[in-house]
Design a protein around this ligand. Structure first.
Ligand code: ADP
Length: 238
């Protein structure tokens, strides 16, 4: 679903030049969750913005859903972002003047879905995340955990195939942080490919793969040991 081939991103020029990414290659299959960990300034956010076609790499290729981003026009990339890519940020980024349902419906409406159909899809996405009764509340009437669940609903509504999340649980307590990871994982089990930046090793251990990044380079990619949950699921019937 997502491939980065030898991606390098330079910011600035001359002595002030920063190599935010340095020859990064990464492949994320449909249905899988990749966690990205690394110190501050190591290039994690740059990786997400480039994977999400919000910025172009200095060199290297990015392929989303089989289409190389470099071969797309600006309009085609914008359509891909509206239709196929969901973004989740640490600070939720909900529009305060819109209700939960309106926030979730917005990307669909921007993409041409009729308001009534968009609302219906938004309500279903919210229901799927346990927010049945919150649809008509405004963000300031919701808790932090509820707001982040609305942001996830917005990121997976419609036919989104790629979920990119930058510290989605960073502003939440551990119970809500876990709930957010659970929802991301559930989206993956429905076929979404997800890349989640997190500082939390416990949450990262839920991922199918953990990628460590330092100074713009992937330094290690490990398959984590199965979580206690996975072990329980795999346990033979008594
Ligand atoms: P992380 O998300 O791991 O904290 P970033 O991807 O934000 O790291 O940043 C990687 C490096 O690129 C840092 O040195 C940062 O200062 C630099 N950087 C990121 N964005 C820009 C930008 N728009 N202009 C200049 N430098 C940037």
């Amino acid at each position: 679903m997502l491939q980065l081939h030898d991606v390098t991103k330079l910011y600035g020029s001359g002595a002030a030049q920063v190599r935010a990414l340095d020859g990064v290659s990464l492949s994320v299959d449909a249905g899988s969750l990749v966690a990205v960990m690394g110190p501050s300034g190591s290039g994690k956010s740059t990786l997400l913005t480039i994977a999400g076609s919000l910025e172009e790499p200095t060199s290297g290729d990015v392929v989303v859903g089989g289409s190389p981003l470099a071969s797309m026009s600006v309009d085609e990339r914008a359509r891909l972002r509206r239709r196929s890519i969901g973004f989740v940020f640490q600070d939720f980024n909900l529009l305060p003047g819109l209700t939960a349902a309106e926030n979730v419906a917005l990307p669909l409406e921007l993409d041409g879905t009729r308001p009534r159909a968009a609302r219906q899809m938004a309500i279903e996405a919210l229901e799927g995340l346990g927010l049945d009764t919150e649809a008509d509340r405004f963000p300031d009437q919701l808790s932090g955990g509820e707001r982040q669940r609305v942001a996830i609903a917005r990121a997976v509504v419609g036919d989104r195939r790629l979920l990119l999340a930058d510290e989605p649980s960073g502003a939440l307590d551990s119970a809500n942080g876990e709930a957010v990871m659970r929802l991301v994982l559930a989206a993956c089990r429905r076929g979404v490919a997800a890349v989640v930046v997190t500082h939390d090793a416990q949450l990262a251990s839920w991922a199918d793969r953990v990628v460590f990044i330092r100074d713009g380079r992937i330094v290690d990619g490990t398959v984590p040991p199965p979580s206690p949950e996975a072990l329980l699921q795999a346990a033979p019937e008594p």
